[in-house]
Design a protein around this ligand. Sequence first.
Ligand SMILES: [Zn+2]
Length: 353
Amino acid sequence: MFDGRDIFYYDTKQVTRSAVDKRAHEDRPEVGDLRLDPLTNEWITVAHDRQKRVFLPPKELCPLCPTSNGRETEVADKDFEVVVFENRSPSFAKPKDGWKLAALDGVNTQTPEAAGRAEVIVFSDKHEGSFGTLSLEQMRTVMDAWIDRTKEISMLPYVEQVFPFENRGEEVGVTLNHPHGQIYAYPFITPRTEQMLRVAQAHFEKNKRPLLTDVIAREVKDKVRVITENDHWIAYVPFAARYSFEIHIAPKKFVPDLAELSNEAADAFPAIAKEVLQRLDGVFNIQMAYIAAWHQAPVRTGRDVLGLHLQITSVRRQPGKLKYLAGSESSMGAYIMDLKPEQSAEQLRNVRL
Ligand SMILES: [Zn+2]
């Protein structure tokens, strides 16, 4: 790209892509910092150079649409299937050689560069839609891009964890309406994953089975929170869901990450994802704002105990009512749910497709 970023085209057909990004060269923003919160030993990323980001541009100014009629966008070609490129305003970026995460030392901890990678994955060259409105074939291509990027990014020496996700809806902070997701690659294990890892490790030592396998077995046995399933995947509202509409989609056979999925499992994902997302929109017959987050095992540790699954959370409780992370959730990390998970599963199952 014009500023030296990488771009990857994913195509289902043999095509030669030779379009050149003709925009004038621009220097890339500075890499941010990682500051340690000494009260919790959590890393906070300070990406101070991101304020220039475009905010909800109209279609004719969309940077994710293909280049056309001389209007140059992030994608130089005139069409594409799925495309991935490094974020123009990244939260994480390639650090200087020899980068190392600073050792934890309370208030004396050093402030390393925010090493890592931030990529944008554009799901389609059409401006309208979201992951769930793509064709099954197109969703499968997105899946391939997620798998490929997970494999590639996992090889970077300064990356510990790869996190593909999609935010949908302005309610969850989307700044571009074009169907797209992001991939964050962190140089540390995130607090949530660290906690899940600790729990999964203890479970594995005691039971010699991955925790997620037992979680799925409980959902299958209880039945009431299962929304749908196929040969390779199961979708359910978790027993202790944190949001009125929280859905997990997990592979029935344990794998640590997208890169380890079998072809058959990858092939079976689009259908169940599409059904689940249609059910989510069908509950109130509105486009539900959601966050779809791929939980993957870290790159170097816990790969036999922490299982891949997709967590979809919607901030909408009812039409016109959003769930805000208020006092208890924001300050204490203690969630209060106002709907029984069994009820929300039933509402989702009852949606007529
Ligand atoms: Zn667009």
